[in-house]
Design a protein around this ligand. Structure first.
Ligand SMILES: [Zn+2]
Length: 261
């Protein structure tokens, strides 16, 4: 025991003397050199050449993994075993590549690169939907757009209001679309949510005081549904829709039918 203690103390001393060197390596591995050696093979075996990724583009990603593998090994790993390890978790590797691809190309992605990002980095794709949507549109890739709609709802900034132009739930309360950039007017929103039908449905079932409230206020609040002002959520998404005469008349007729007006 005392011996061990002395050794510990000595290690401490060594560390103090060479603080930057970190923990003692059991073997030496030139991470950069190994990464360069295996880069081409990784690219080829994962089919990354098909999406125009070069070994150089992802050298630092390979380096990170190589040094991680080396850290956890007692004996020096061969290039072959490193490649095997990378291929064993290829989806994680592809995810890192997809993130890199987006950083490198942004709006200049090819269709194949876009598909790659949507498949392997779904979270990023959901967040970057406004950029990726424009690219998908350029290539007329409806199937990519439909994947993006799902990813936007899951990882993006979904709002309760669907854009009548691009179909994403991405209309903000000031009626601009975060995905396609459309600036919408109230008329387009009225049509797309079918306000007349919604008012008819509402007036059939709503208690009289709520109908009277809409009649007096002259507007409804829209979030995921239409509400009289008093029952609408105070916070979050709210759009005020002022009723036109042909919309107001629906409420008036219902009140009259109930002998309330
Ligand atoms: Zn839109």
């Amino acid at each position: 025991m005392p011996q061990r203690k002395r050794k510990k103390e000595k290690d401490k001393k060594d560390k103090a003397k060479r603080p930057k060197k970190g923990r003692k390596k059991r073997f030496k591995l030139d991470v950069e050199a190994v990464s360069k050696e295996i880069g081409e093979e990784i690219v080829r075996r994962l089919g990354l050449d098909l999406i125009e990724i070069t070994a150089n583009d992802i050298l630092d990603i390979i380096e990170n993994i190589v040094s991680e593998i080396a850290e956890n090994r007692v004996t020096k790993p061969s290039n072959k075993s490193i490649i095997k390890r990378i291929l064993a978790s290829k989806d994680n590797f592809r995810k890192a590549v997809a993130v890199r691809l987006f950083e490198l190309k942004q709006e200049n992605l090819t269709l194949e690169q876009l598909e790659f990002i949507v498949s392997y980095a779904p979270e990023l794709a959901g967040k970057a939907t406004p950029v990726l949507y424009k690219i998908a549109k350029k290539y007329n890739a409806e199937y990519v757009i439909s994947s993006l709609q799902t990813l936007w709802n899951k990882y993006g900034k979904r709002t309760p209001l669907r854009c009548p132009r691009c179909g994403f739930y991405s209309v903000t309360p000031d009626l601009t679309c975060m995905v396609c950039g459309a600036i919408l007017d109230e008329e387009e929103i009225r049509k797309s949510i079918n306000l007349i039908e919604k008012l008819r449905e509402f007036s059939r079932h709503a208690p009289t005081p709520l109908l009277r409230e809409i009649y007096q206020a002259g507007f409804v609040i829209l979030n995921d549904e239409i509400h009289p002002p008093s029952t609408a959520p105070r916070k979050g998404f709210r759009v005020e829709l002022h009723l036109k005469p042909n919309e107001r008349v629906i409420i008036i007729n219902e009140l009259k039918a109930r002998d309330e007006l």
